[in-house]
Design a protein around this ligand. Structure first.
Ligand code: GDP
Ligand code: IMO
Ligand code: MG
Length: 429
């Protein structure tokens, strides 16, 4: 049995897409288990870049790709993504894309509410991606969501939409000062989506169970990052799903005993898009340099990502919350040519040294990072494929991450391309 979960350990955009694409070679099925098209996962193969928002990053390796019940799915975006992949000659067999019948549908009012709420919040906004994620999960939790199994049954869909739309329009118009929506237009539009997507809709729990029983390997692709988790992140500056590895089981419908490993993706420094606390954020030319060299722009919204030093307080938090069995360090090449590097090993709060990530945002806001300084390296490492060939100081930086996190490094990424990678351990062994 070898079924691996991949999660982001920071605030998203750690390079999950690249690593899932790379490891998909050894997997038979690749499943997303949470989130929606707030995600933007980048794969670069033979110099060509693909950004996926909903379709799992196993698609370039021709694997069975699964959209789990834990997702909220915008059918329009999914259809556009599938058409793009077909036109590129990638998705030659549409039967390779499966959608859980229990995945929830993002409706036009979810997007409108998301956007209008952010406007209303002004400078207190979360900085959401505006894709309707929060309002869709809200309806799921209040038992008014529309699932794919409902969408593809015209009678049920019509009934559900009509029972909801009055309230949604009242809220949009009277509270959020936004335009109400026409249910007939939604019905016609969504009936078309239903027709297109119906052939992909299936009980994916059964599919995955059968695959595991017949010895096939499943890769579970997390979206966002551990510190955007609705329970464990910097609440309320988080997304609306559980991003941690435990949710891989719930988000596709399998039991925890099937999971054999959890790989945490760690960017060699830290980034964050949107609002919320970020203790090691840099506001100087070093931060600018990392942002530029790392091309740190959101893959979904194009927003500039905030940049800062590597934070081991949050990495240790991720190790515990996800039960990480291995790490992947990405974007190490971005640190080439820096004189010195810093790793945050703890936070100073008044006279107290805090080693565990605090839940109270006022406490977190008052925390000062405690840094360890390490020497940098001058060499360009993008062409290196063996750990032994890395500059001594790059190895020392990695060794320090292992010592402080107490988790081994399985993979080191030194460029965006699939092959710009140093494989330390085969995680599917
Ligand atoms: P994800 O959301 O975790 O999949 O990450 P994103 O795709 O949003 O952002 C990661 C960005 O870094 C993408 O532009 C990748 O192509 C790029 N990337 C991934 N790994 C590396 C790396 O090792 N070095 C460099 N320079 N870029 C990388
Ligand atoms: P990937 O999978 C980085 C952030 C948003 C915002 C907060 C809530 O590419 O790593 P939402 O639209 O989810 O309600 O926004 O979460 N966010 C991400 N940040 N990477 C992501 O995904 C993100 N998905 C959501 O910027 O701060
Ligand atoms: Mg991303």
């Amino acid at each position: 049995m070898s079924n691996i979960v991949i999660v982001g350990t920071q605030w998203g955009d750690e390079g999950k897409g690249k690593i899932v694409d790379l490891l998909s070679e050894y997997a038979d099925l690749v499943a997303r288990f949470q989130g929606g098209n707030n995600a933007g996962h980048t794969m670069v193969v033979k110099g060509k870049q693909f950004i996926s928002h909903l379709v799992p990053s196993g698609i370039l390796q021709n694997k069975i790709c699964i959209i789990g019940n834990g997702l909220v799915v915008d059918p329009k975006v999914l259809i556009e993504e599938l058409e793009y992949l077909k036109n590129q000659g990638i998705l030659t067999d549409p039967a390779r894309l499966l959608i859980s019948e229990k995945a929830h549908v993002i409706m036009p009012y979810h997007k409108e509410i998301d956007l209008a709420r952010e406007i209303m919040k002004g400078d207190k906004k979360i900085g959401t991606t505006g894709r309707g994620i929060g309002p869709a999960y809200e309806d799921k939790a209040t038992r008014r969501g529309i699932r794919f199994v409902d969408l593809i049954d015209p009678e049920i869909f019509n009934e559900k939409l009509n029972s909801l739309i009055k309230e949604k329009n009242f809220y949009l118009k009277e509270f959020l000062n936004a335009k109400p929506l026409n249910p007939d237009v939604i019905l016609a539009e969504y009936n078309k989506y239903a027709e297109k997507l119906a052939p992909h809709v299936i009980n994916i729990s059964v599919v995955i169970d059968k695959a595991i029983k017949s010895g096939r390997h499943v890769l579970f692709e997390g979206a966002q990052g551990t510190h955007l988790d609705i329970d464990h992140g910097t609440y309320p500056f988080v997304t609306s799903s559980n991003t941690v590895s435990g949710n891989a089981c719930c988000g596709v419908g399998i039991g925890p005993k099937e999971i054999s490993g959890v790989i945490g993706i760690v960017k060699a420094y830290t980034t964050r898009v949107g609002a919320g606390p970020f203790p090691t954020e840099l506001f100087d030319e070093i931060g600018d340099r990392i942002q530029k060299k790392g091309a740190e722009f959101g893959a979904t919204t194009g927003r500039k990502r905030r940049c800062g030093w590597l934070d081991l307080v949050i990495l240790r938090n991720s190790v515990r919350l996800n039960g990480l069995t291995g790490l992947t360090i990405t974007k190490l090449d971005v640190l080439d040519g820096m004189d010195t590097l810093k790793i945050c090993t703890g936070y100073k709060y008044g006279n107290e040294l805090i080693e565990d990530f605090p839940a109270n945002l006022n406490v977190l806001g008052a925390c000062e990072p405690v840094y360890e300084t390490l020497p940098g390296w001058t060499e360009d490492i993008t062409n290196i494929r063996k750990v032994a060939d890395l500059p001594v100081n790059a190895r020392a930086y990695l060794d320090r991450i292992v010592a402080l996190s107490e988790v081994p490094i399985d993979i080191i990424s030194v460029g965006p391309g699939r092959d710009e990678t140093i494989l330390v351990n085969n995680v599917f062994d």
